[in-house]
Design a protein around this ligand. Sequence first.
Ligand SMILES: NC(=O)c1ccc[n+]([C@@H]2O[C@H](COP(=O)([O-])OP(=O)(O)OC[C@H]3O[C@@H](n4cnc5c(N)ncnc54)[C@H](O)[C@@H]3O)[C@@H](O)[C@H]2O)c1
Ligand SMILES: [Zn+2]
Length: 351
Amino acid sequence: MEILVTGGAGFIGSAVVRALAAAGHGVRVLDALLPAVHPSGRAPQLPAQVAFRHGDVRDAALLEQALEGVDVVCHQAAMVGLGLDLDDAPEYVGCNDLGTAVLLAAMNRTGVRALVLAGSMVVYGEGRYRCPEHGEVAPGPRRPADLDAGRFEPPCPRCGAALLPGLVDEQAPGDPRNVYAATKLAQEHLASAWARSCQGRVLTLRYHNVYGPGMPRDTPYAGVASLFRSALARGEAPRVFEDGRQRRDFVHVADVAAANLAALHALAARPPGSARAYNVGSGTVHTVGEMAAELAAAYGGPPAVVTGEYRLGDVRHITADSTRLRTELDWRPKVSFREGMAQFAQAPLRV
Ligand SMILES: NC(=O)c1ccc[n+]([C@@H]2O[C@H](COP(=O)([O-])OP(=O)(O)OC[C@H]3O[C@@H](n4cnc5c(N)ncnc54)[C@H](O)[C@@H]3O)[C@@H](O)[C@H]2O)c1
Ligand SMILES: [Zn+2]
């Protein structure tokens, strides 16, 4: 296959590019090298046969050239992070939603009908919970007064009782809780509309918390594993927000790259005009506090400290049920939490 990977200079995109090239596919990359994640302004080292193009997915003319002779697009380009600062909202929407729309229109014009989209678990918001009295419930937005008082667990929206967190599957409705999440959900809707109107096929991979070598250093946009790893590199203790008991599914970037390969191979057998989403999680739930402790121990740095701080756009618990990916695409995560964190503690971060 000849594959265009947008965002192929990024943390996940470059891992996908390496896996595709190793599997013998033709790979080309389009990446704008956003300064927030590429402060050096240079693309990372990619395999020699990979054609790199520096440019923005909002550039329709450039895209049309990049799409010539392409069988399938693997769309990883996005501005990532929490979308905390509302001044960033136009740029999030620009990169993620306008960018996706320009890409889809160019694919329509050039006859490229297959797409793998990098989605995110952030589209689910708070995920799934069970109330002893009311069964499955979806808690509302977290209130600053609760968070200030250290009440981090969301209560049952009907009776206020304590809830048990559960696994979220692909059927769960979208409930984005910040600007970034809203743009990731919109990307999925745009891709579905594209598939229906031009008989295209799209598979969306909703990644959970991805970590591993090549992760960007800490910036306001970085993932929590990168923030902890950067703190350790400075000789400081990882600072864990809330009470450290937030549940997440940490999945290694090599496993995410393998999921992309599986999805790219599965596209051809999908019905034209269809869209399907897959959670991509390791299937093992850990708390953010456990992750910080594991990383600090593996690095040999000071133990993590729990600070009680919070970020309003963060959800309390979000963990995936990735059964669909395992059964339909025959994917299995290969890197265990312990092994992955031990390796990540020693791996260099991207500069
Ligand atoms: N890292 C995670 O834990 C995680 C979790 C869920 C989903 N995702 C999704 O995975 C994808 C890759 O994320 P990542 O963690 O590798 O982030 P990253 O910032 O390392 O990579 C994104 C890449 O896209 C490029 N890019 C951004 N806007 C662009 C534009 N307008 N035109 C061209 N290139 C552009 C950036 O320069 C960067 O190289 C994104 O779609 C993100 O939403 C990531
Ligand atoms: Zn209840």
